[in-house]
Design a protein around this ligand. Sequence first.
Ligand code: ADP
Ligand code: ZN
Length: 721
Amino acid sequence: MYVKVLIETRVKSNDMTFTYHVPSNVEDNLLIGKRVLVPFSNRTVEGFVLGYDAKTDDYEIKDIIKIIDDEPVLNDELINLGIYMSKKYLCPLINCYQSMLPKALKAGVKNGGGIKKLLYVKLNDNVINADVKVKRQLEIIDFLKDNKEVLKSSIQSKSSLSKLIEKGIVLEYYKETYRKVETELDRKEILLTKEQKLVSKTIKSYLNKQLVTLLYGVTGSGKTEVYIDVVKEVVKSGKSAIILVPEISLTPQITARFKGVFKDEIAILHSSLSDGERYDEYRKIIRKEVSVVIGARSAIFAPLNNIGIIIIDEEHSESYKQENNPRYSTLDIAVERSKTHECPVILGSATPKIESYARAKKGYYQLLELPSRVNNKPLPNVSIVDMKKEIRKGNAIFSDELRNKINDRLIKKEQVMLLLNRRGYANYLTCNNCGFVFKCPNCDITLTYHKTSGMMRCHYCGYASKKLEVCPACKEKSIKQMGVGTEKLEEKIKEEFPLAKVLRMDADTTSKKGSHNKIISSFNTGEYNVLVGTQMISKGLNFPCVTLVGVINADVSLNIPNFRSSEQTFSLLDQVIGRCGRADKEGEAVIQTFNPDHYSIVCASNHDYKSFFNHEMYVRKKLNYPPFCFIALIKISSKDFNYGIGEAKKISNYLRQNLKNTSVLGPSIASVLKVNNNYNFSVILKYKKEEKLYYFLNQIIKIYEGNAKIKVSLDFDPINF
Ligand code: ADP
Ligand code: ZN
């Protein structure tokens, strides 16, 4: 038997398969979609079997070395989906297939990813009248008669058990087991409100249709309950469902809710699982033991058959865009799969992406709304504090208003959440004498001071060095800390509020497995009363005792040089404000900013998505940004500055000459010029309709492929510039 194998070669976009012979001792009638090890020019490489082949006599055909998978990891649908992605994002086919597999299945993950086996014991049915007189042994036999099979470790008298095994009366054997991943939330039956019922009924009427629906529902409007209701119906009809949630933050609480309903019918895929757990969850899907999959971005590739619905919760989240090859948009993939399965795609959000809401208004998507909170709980009252005035009063971190309100809540034994979208202690360190600023030697960016570890760290490449007390330039001992990060905020709260018991949630405190969950549950029990964090605290969390949300500095996201900065600011504020007043007590929020009149801040304080949308559309139209055009970004990166900028110029000239309906901007310096010793440049394309676009972009990719001095890659609808 001969097979076509796709492998990773140096000339990547040459998506060619190679023919290999399958020796009779490994022959297998289900090879397509499995991974194999094959010899390739003196190396052993991993490849995907994509088809069978006939023998040719033109060249010598080598044998495959090994079949990696027991069950195919790619089915026909996923094989075709890879081809679609490779064409749409102009990236190597093999990268598309690689991105579909969970990390635990990838090459290099050797331990932890395997099958877990436990030792069991049971009575040997062939032994009818066992000659046993010892009391302990008789007890074990009675116990096994009642229980059929038990974990060997659950039997206390080990020596008696061993005797029975020796005599052949009891058998011991290994059995595969799944690692238990998630605690499920006990669930009270919930009766949907009239509004929820109507939305749910409408979505149910879309089942079996290939439609995209935007569900715009304010925070706490009960979207998740609607999803649950619809998915129940899908499962009842014998079909399966994919539910996507943004990375980590949302998963513990939402997955627990789903697990509480769907029990063993659901597989959970997200990044805080161990490799072993992820492997087990994936195996449940491949073996068709589950009909519901909930997970982060890559769960969109779950190899389910007969998909009845795909739900993308918090659809505006940036985590739905993959930031390395293939730079796919999860929505594109969802829509492509929904065509195959003829099923609806539901996008849910309290702050839809501008493009999504625009498409819904134009009628490309169905639009459903849940404009108020469940049982008409009011949305929090929000006040905006002008920090320019506060600074004059000497209030650098807490305005008078926020300080008073925090004190008030702590006295009342209520809880407070404070958002500061910057981690670390000080944003940068500078010399008060000569103005020297500590920068990363590999990147064009300042180092952030982390007090707990005493280190200065680069948030781009991970470079770290001990904090210096003496300026390396002028040798003076006058290093000053500038700016405030979450670590310093935590310290300040402890200093200023004696009643506060503070928890911090950011990338630094959640790097260990389970730490994220631990923070959430400690805050939930009321052991702590203040939760400080980065944007991680803004999404999906549900703490009934939080009655005050404070935004320390709303301008952090506003100052990012990106056309989406207003949208991101609005969405972040709206989401974090939505964290309070979710139960009986009313909530309130305070936003501190240097731009109190900015429309994204004003609209967020009024919970007014629609006004924000209208204003933002006006700005986008004037400046010609999406949804009024598409954007593609060409990223050019080289260790040699002059070579990099030179080639970037050639690329932009070439495209300018050939793409007549596109505006070609740049080359310009990327938002951070140097990262990891590579200089980054970008050429930006804005277009509406450009028939030859793919042809010319492909030419460029071909020219630079295999050129070790420069890396050229494409990003359609980029998030970072
Ligand atoms: P969203 O996903 O829109 O933020 P959720 O589905 O999380 O909203 O609902 C917010 C809160 O209201 C949750 O605590 C949820 O359990 C509760 N809830 C939702 N729907 C109902 C309902 N019909 N009756 C009672 N409580 C509900
Ligand atoms: Zn760096």
